[in-house]
Design a protein around this ligand. Structure first.
Ligand code: BG6
Length: 513
């Protein structure tokens, strides 16, 4: 097909409109780990959604690499089912037909040289016949112990290096980026020995969420919040990522990893960095990264660690009307598993802006409900000129960034109760994406895959951020390793009692989102 032909272009879209995302240039995406959950539930649907939005080039190719005895059509069928089940946008036959023209499947295994030689031939044919122009992104949606082999194969076969300066090779890696600082350094060394850091895209899908990117807009496009955004007014910050799902079926990945490594090391520390960082000079990737790196470098655990952290493991309980088993009874978990499914830590940021303000980060499985939020809880007014009985139901002001679900922002403040003499009670002022915008939010993976294809690295944590995050977490993990088993909590509740005690010791309490 002739290159440059705008076969997928959306007639409603003006390509010069800077407010809209750019369309990727000629390229292919090669997925390692096509049979995994992530590929099926997130990557394949995101690719279709991008095509449907007119953001992929006409020459785009999707290549699956795996052990299954599939041909291109079998692969297309798998993608089709995934798209039908999980895509965000409606199914359009003409988009699908054009997309599948670029589907290829290469059957092979990671340790087999011949398989990678076949992959190389496939990509060369795509370059020639479809016009992918030597631009290829390799998506490693595979267990980390397979990274070194695949990187080595990409290097050996010459696939990791572009043939000239006009085309590119990129690698996309999914977490976990190691299990501690040491292993992260080793992993980074392996990846960087094959791909320069500028070609490495580490996925932290939280950064692809609209509500997370909006933290930058909220902070830096407004005059209203910045004066309040410091230890002068903020008492503490709570970052909560709660899930109601359990870990049935995920033992292979999760057992021995636990909640802190699974999401605090990456998602929650990235959220904290965005909340605590200074204004970047611009939104150029380097500037943004520099500010996040400064915050992470200035962050440390509040001591003593044992008293300022909590961890738990869910026991049996009720999730709504469903009776659910405890972790130790989930398939694949050992009866004596010490893997934590709940983790809470307390951090401080040693900077003029944040000195003395604790950042509490918590996450857990099988909690009361699925919700992710960032709450800045403000100090109490220095003086309340009311009768004490009038303010019994008044709590601290709070600005809550509702990351998901029910995306938006809430401002909580006190207001006079109508018809009372002067009773003051908490009320909420709400901004909600659903009512404020007609535009729907893309899935995080749509944004991130498009950014990989565009070579736009702003939303991808660099090596240094990953290592700094492990530096923060390692002492906590060491402390827990010496303590034995995590506390137990009933499924459907808000975590172990030790987490409540951790905050109570400071006169604070967790929000009930
Ligand atoms: C992943 C974790 O990174 O994020 C999972 O490995 C977790 O354990 C998932 O369930 C949650 O993502 P989201 O976007 O549904 O909050």
């Amino acid at each position: 097909m002739p290159r440059g032909e705008k076969r997928w272009s959306n007639p409603l879209r003006d390509p010069r409109d800077k407010r809209l995302p750019r369309i990727a240039g000629p390229c292919s995406l090669i997925i390692f780990g096509v049979t995994g959950d992530l590929a099926r539930k997130k990557l394949m649907p995101a690719i279709y959604d991008l095509a449907n939005r007119g953001l992929l080039p006409p020459s785009f190719a999707l290549v699956g690499f795996g052990r299954r005895d599939w041909d291109d059509e079998d692969f297309a069928k798998v993608v089709h089912d995934a798209v039908r089940e999980h895509a965000r946008t409606g199914f359009r036959e003409e988009v699908w037909e054009r997309l599948t023209e670029g589907f290829r499947f290469v059957q092979g295994s990671f340790d087999d040289d011949a398989s990678f030689d076949r992959l190389k031939d496939t990509l060369a044919t795509l370059d020639k016949e479809r016009g992918t122009d030597g631009n290829h992104a390799f998506y490693l949606s595979i267990p980390p112990n397979a990274f070194p082999t695949v990187c080595e194969q990409l290097h050996r076969s010459g696939l990791a290096t572009s043939s000239n300066r006009d085309n590119w090779r990129r690698v996309v890696i999914e977490k976990p980026f190691g299990h501690d600082l040491e292993s992260a350094k080793q992993l980074n060394a392996i990846v960087n020995s094959v791909f320069p850091e500028s070609s490495v895209f580490r996925i932290d899908h939280y950064l692809g969420k609209e509500t997370v990117q909006n933290i930058l807009a909220l902070r830096f496009a407004n005059q209203l919040f910045d004066p309040l955004w410091s230890s002068h007014y903020v008492d503490h910050v709570q970052i909560t990522m709660a899930e109601d799902i359990g870990l049935g079926g995920r033992a292979g990945y999760y057992d021995g990893i636990g909640a802190a490594r699974d999401v605090i090391q990456n998602h929650l520390l990235q959220l904290m960095a965005l909340v605590a960082m200074e204004e970047p000079i611009s939104f150029e990737p380097k500037q943004l990264q520099a500010e996040k790196i400064k915050v992470l470098s200035a962050t440390s655990n509040i001591l003593p660690i044992a008293e300022n952290t909590a961890r738990g493991q869910y026991g049996p309980g009720w999730q709504g009307s469903e009776k659910v088993p405890g972790l130790k009874d989930e398939e694949g978990f050992a009866k004596d598993s010490t893997t934590e499914t709940y983790a809470a830590i307390a951090l401080e940021v040693d900077s003029r802006r944040w000195a003395g303000v604790p950042f509490y980060l918590r996450t857990g499985k099988r909690l009361g409900r699925r919700v992710t939020e960032i709450a800045l809880v403000f100090k109490r007014a220095p003086h309340l000129p009311f009768d004490k009985t009038m303010t019994e139901e008044l709590s601290q002001n709070a600005l809550v960034i509702r990351v998901q679900p029910d995306e938006g922002i809430t401002l909580r403040f006190g207001s006079k109760v109508p018809a009372s003499s002067m009773e003051v009670r908490d009320v909420n002022m709400d901004f909600s994406y659903g009512t404020a915008f007609t535009e729907a939010s893309p899935e995080a993976y749509e944004r991130l895959i498009l950014d990989v294809l565009l070579g736009e690295p702003s939303l991808f944590p660099v090596n240094e951020e990953v290592e700094l995050s492990w530096e923060i977490l390692d002492p906590v993990l060491d402390c827990w390793a010496q303590e034995g088993s995590p506390d137990s909590y009933e499924s459907g509740t808000w975590g172990p009692a030790s987490a409540d005690e951790m905050l109570e010791r400071t006169g604070r309490s967790w929000r009930r989102p």
